[in-house]
Design a protein around this ligand. Structure first.
Ligand code: F6R
Length: 366
């Protein structure tokens, strides 16, 4: 049932070209620059005038939310707040009927996310769900929603559900932009055409598996690891760190790269691997200076770079190339090599990757 793979996690990582495609199916019309999200179409008018979006989630789903914040603010020009459901629910949150709350949950059963929804609903907000498990508790209590259609995710560490959540959030950002007129049809056409090519690009990232395994062998005995990125690379860094810690038990932290000098830089020495999201987008030059700061302190740098990059390659210990893409799609591509890196490190350390210790697939108690 693992389809010839050693673990569900690896199978699910490899399913991503298909799961991302399934998630987009029937929802985009690239030629006409149009998005159709049947689940929320009755709320098109609401979205046209929305003043604020609040995203609530936990764990990996919360990281997808951060990627969504970047997309919704950039394209739909609506302010977004991303909240840990567990914090939101106990804070007497300021929410009203003009707000749209998006709850993200793979399982659709997470207790804190459920409770956050109930509170926001009581305060009159419109609640959308982004869930993977059809008919689960969360999709039943939301006003409307969009399923991720990633298929069952068995590995406890979330992989294909994350990229599907980010895909839905990308579609939602474009959909809200469409209602509000913040994206021209020609820009939307070009973004959607590019989104259509993402599954193939994910396939080319997967082709780096052997290289990633070799890198994993070099760093598998580390005790700590840092993940750094800027802009839409920041949620990728957080997700990379979470994957590594949960399945390999190596202590890992994700940070915005610029925050390094406000503390974490003190940790860097020749034993510390630092993974950079160093692709060619708006923060490229700034990330390069952050890499120099780490190399000056003898840190071991692994960089996720844009295919054909030669500048970063000269400076770092290991490079993993991903295809060129608009910054909007960075999380969909740059997360894949980090999933594989964590997977191989965990396998080499003899860990149970599909069922890491102390973790459960759905967290139905707070
Ligand atoms: C990490 C992971 C968890 C979940 C979190 C939320 O790999 O799987 O962090 O993302 O427990 O779960 P859902 O999305 O089911 O609400």
């Amino acid at each position: 049932e693992k389809g010839g793979f050693d673990h569900y996690m690896l199978k699910e990582i490899y399913e991503q070209p298909r799961s991302i495609r399934d998630c987009m199916r029937g929802r985009i019309n690239a030629a006409e620059g149009k998005i159709a999200l049947g689940g929320i179409k009755e709320y098109a008018n609401k979205l046209k005038n929305v003043e604020r979006v609040v995203i609530v989630a936990c764990g990996t789903s919360w990281h997808a939310g951060l990627a969504g914040e970047y997309l919704i603010e950039e394209y739909a020009r609506v302010p977004v707040e991303v909240e840990y459901a567990s914090e939101f629910r106990y804070r007497n949150p300021i929410i009203n009927e003009r707000d749209v709350v998006i709850a993200i949950s793979q399982s659709g059963e997470t207790a804190d996310t459920m409770a956050a929804i109930e509170i926001a609903k009581d305060k009159g907000a419109t609640i959308f769900g982004i869930c993977n498990v059809v008919g689960a508790s969360i999709p039943r209590v939301t006003h409307a929603g969009v399923y991720t259609h990633a298929g069952p995710e068995i590995g406890v560490a979330s992989t294909k559900a994350f990229t599907a959540q980010v895909t839905v959030l990308t579609l939602m950002a474009f959909y809200i932009a469409q209602q509000r007129g913040t994206l021209t049809t020609s820009k939307l056409t070009s973004l959607l055409t590019e989104l259509n090519s993402i599954p193939e690009k994910v396939q080319t990232v997967l082709a780096n598996n052997e290289l990633i395994k070799d890198i994993a062998a070099k760093v598998k005995d580390s005790r700590n690891c840092l993940f750094l990125g800027r802009g839409s690379g920041f949620p990728v860094a957080l997700e990379g760190a979470l994957k590594l810690k949960e399945i390999s038990y190596i202590h890992a932290e994700g940070y915005p790269a610029a925050e390094m000098k406000h503390g974490p830089i003190a940790l860097i020495d020749k034993e510390m691997p630092v993974v950079f999201i160093a692709t060619k987008n708006s923060s490229y030059e700034k990330v390069i200076s952050n890499i120099q700061e780490v190399k000056a302190r003898k840190g071991i740098v692994i960089a996720i770079v844009t295919k054909g990059d030669t500048e970063v390659e000269k400076m770092v210990d290991y490079c993993i190339e991903i295809p060129d893409a608009d910054e909007a799609f960075l999380p969909l591509l740059a997360t894949i090599p980090l999933q594989l890196l964590s997977y191989h490190i965990a396998v080499m350390r003899g860990c149970n990757v599909d069922q890491p210790r102390n973790l459960a697939k759905s967290v139905t108690v707070e």
